[in-house]
Design a protein around this ligand. Structure first.
Ligand code: AGP
Length: 357
């Protein structure tokens, strides 16, 4: 492929801002789901998903738990598909998330939950899929068919639907995002510029580490997965608080560490804590001799440190920042893949739909 711009992945990444409005058509249904959850006095949420879709569900978990105190269990489908367990989910809202809507394991959990009278919701990008039909409520990504094996616009839509759902549960506690489509278009232009620089630094690496914290952790996991499948880089992704408990011992001098470091969080207190935590992570990586690449909307925070900073669009809201980060990591993976002479749309050994139990 002569240029990364010719890849399906690149086109699909850039389609997302144009699809935001379509995705918002789910709002009436989302409001109904929130009302029914409250009417039935449900006590928590249980999610099932694989791969990228599961990273979106981890984002949903962070939002529900951190902003609203509603516990979310990130479920293991194997408890149903292999262990044949009867999950006690009567007081839970059960969400199955799958881009294709064909995930067999997710379907089995959702079916059991519905048979046991739980309230069920599916999130898919295919209205006629088994998961879309199975759940009590179906939220539709509405981003058009995704052909590239590496998911991009569907992930962004899953993040957005997750946000809209949390917001519908409590309009006051969850910040509003206005004109997301226009902001994303701007963020994409900056991310395009910055990821070109960063990809040129990263593409020769055989392995790397990706770190995030709080609601940025799922974005770190997703960045790891994107670099693995498009570029065959052994990318190890962690929540930085977990990284300190063991994986950090793997760091060798010169290893590339990507720190996803948005500078804002839920409120002043959380912002101060997250900034201090990111600076601590950066200093530790430098002390260990890592080659540190920081993606941040506030490079000033890391001034004087021996690290390269790549700019994210500025925002006063961490949720909005997560959408910018999603675009950034997808563009980065697409370009790294191309620089390595690979085709990001067609990772070896993978198919678009993976069926597991
Ligand atoms: C996406 O980049 C991956 N190839 C993969 O993780 C994918 O998200 C996963 O297979 C889940 O598929 P589904 O959402 O269609 O169930």
């Amino acid at each position: 492929m002569a240029n990364y711009q010719d890849s399906l992945m690149w086109k699909e990444i850039n389609e997302w801002p144009l699809r935001v409005e379509e995705c918002e058509k789910n709002l009436p249904l989302i409001k109904k789901i929130a009302e029914e959850y409250k009417k039935n006095n449900l006590e928590g949420i249980y999610t099932v998903a694989r791969g990228t879709s599961n990273h979106a569900m981890l984002f949903l978990k962070y939002l529900f738990e951190s902003y609203l105190g509603i516990p979310v269990v990130n479920g293991n489908p194997s408890s149903v598909t292999i262990y044949d367990s009867q999950l006690q989910l009567k007081n839970f809202l059960v969400i199955g998330c799958s881009q294709s809507g064909e995930a067999e394991d997710v379907l089995q959990v959702l079916r059991q939950a519905k048979d046991n009278k739980s309230m069920t919701v599916s999130i898919t990008n295919k209205e006629t899929s088994p998961l879309a039909k199975e759940a009590n409520y179906h939220l539709y990504c509405a981003v058009g068919e995704e052909k590239s094996v590496a998911a991009s616009k569907t992930f962004s839509a899953q993040l957005y639907l997750s946000y809209l759902l949390v917001k519908a549960f409590d309009e006051k506690k969850v910040p509003s995002i206005h004109d997301l489509a226009a902001k994303l278009t701007e963020a994409a232009a900056l991310a395009d510029k910055e990821t070109t620089k960063m990809a040129n630094v990263l593409y020769k690496a055989k392995e790397c580490f990706v770190l995030g914290r709080g609601i940025t952790s799922p974005l770190a996991f997703e960045a790891g997965l994107k670099l693995q499948e498009t570029s065959y880089i052994h990318a190890f992704a962690y929540c930085s608080s977990i990284f300190y408990h063991g994986p950090m011992a793997m760091i060798n001098t010169g290893d590339k560490v990507i720190l996803l470091a948005p500078s804002v969080s839920l409120n002043d207190k959380a912002t101060a804590l997250i900034q201090a935590d990111e600076i601590k992570a950066a200093k530790k990586m430098i002390e260990l001799g890592a080659d540190l690449l920081i993606v941040t909307d506030n490079p000033e925070l890391f001034k004087g440190l021996k690290a390269s900073c790549y700019s994210l669009s500025k925002t006063a809201d961490e949720i909005e920042g997560a959408f910018y980060l999603a675009l950034f990591i997808q563009m980065l993976a697409c370009k790294v893949s191309h620089l390595k002479g690979l085709t990001p749309d067609k990772p070896r050994a993978l198919k678009k739909v993976t069926i597991t139990i």
